[in-house]
Design a protein around this ligand. Sequence first.
Ligand code: F6P
Length: 461
Amino acid sequence: MVVSNRGPLSFRQDVHGTLQPLPAGGGLVSALRPLLAGTRATWASVTMGAADRAAVDQGLMADDRVALLPIMVDDDTYRGAYDVIANSTLWYCHHHLFDLPRRPRFDRYWRQAWDSYRRYNQAAADVIARSAEPGTVVLVQDYHFSLLGRMLREARPDLPTAHFCHIPFADPNMLHVLPDAAADELLDGLAGFGACGFHAHKWEAGFTACYATAGLAPPRTFVSSLSPDVGGLPAEASGPECARAADALRAEAGDCRIILRVDRVEPSKNILRGLLAFEELLIAYPQWRGRVVHLALAYPSRQGLAEYLAYGAEVTHVAERINASLGTPGWTPILLHVEDDRPRSLAALTLYDVLLVNPVRDGLNLVAKEGPLLNAADGVLVLSHEAGAWEELHGVGAEEAGAGAGAVGVNPFDVTATAEALHTALSMDAPERAARARWLASAVRSRRAEDWLADQLAAAQ
Ligand code: F6P
């Protein structure tokens, strides 16, 4: 049984009151869906509102490739658990993104939301405890379910469990921004799992350090990074829809080289410094003006959160300002697209000359692996030291004679250094580009998404 907040299917009610299925967004669901399809797994996920609950009541929450198990929660519980605790507290804490002079504020409203988070985790524990056959292995995904390990251990000690965290884990000093009782409850909740897994060793180190600081024994840990679907993704990217999208993008970019980014608009992704670095590149190296474009595919995420909306508005504003100051009648420097479009994203990954993945802190950044897998232009990966994928893709120490290996690394906070890295990538000679691209593609192909799932199954106890 796999457990995640978001499942493969969700619904909205149209103006006539009819329930319409929505394609599920986000990397986690698109990674899990092909892995679970056609297996004997059950996928338990939470209803995200009234339309989902109505779909469950009407028997519409069903998928012919995988058994679905809905975890029903009311709107207040969901909003407190998902918006306030999971996404505005724990997500910011683990990404070290609290704006400490202003936030967080742990007041009486926050404490009500923490109660909602507890109820949400308990709702999951109750459904799993009722439905799981004896001995079912339960693989729980992400920070929405930090308390579930202890609850399941108490309700069903026979079930082997593992928790996998797709985001970074806070260092002890950041975890202890949380109210003491909440930090204790969180560490105890996670310690109830049979094992806790991470995409990168540095997140595992933060996790065990939190237990050491609290004087507690950590649960067993493991590191296993997710990989793209190395068979299915290239097949999808070579299909007709992506080919049409690639033609459109080529026409839009003209003869210019392409610096690409593909991200959901989240404060961790560092889209603003990416735009500013591109501006600095054009100022420091004016020879690139009219010869390169920054194709920024920046798609909506968590639109219920004011900070996300403000961040998205700032991205648009900064892109427009740079275009107004540096663009010419025949050349728009930044091509910003904000509507989610998967064929266009995959097409762009086949085309880029440079892929910029510069998060301030991020669990993995699957796109840093998808790019080298799909790219057909010997594109260079410029990758933040703070991305989980950096551990696997830096290539340091693996250089072939005379040529580089792996990604070009950047400190994500340093706009000037990022501009220099973009210049290095654009100026790189063809043999080095080819050598790096070959190294990256083979590093990505050395692991399959199935390995990641198998590691969780093996770790669960
Ligand atoms: O893609 C990263 C991620 O943060 C996952 O860790 C997480 O489960 C997912 O996004 C959640 O996205 P959403 O809130 O849109 O469901």
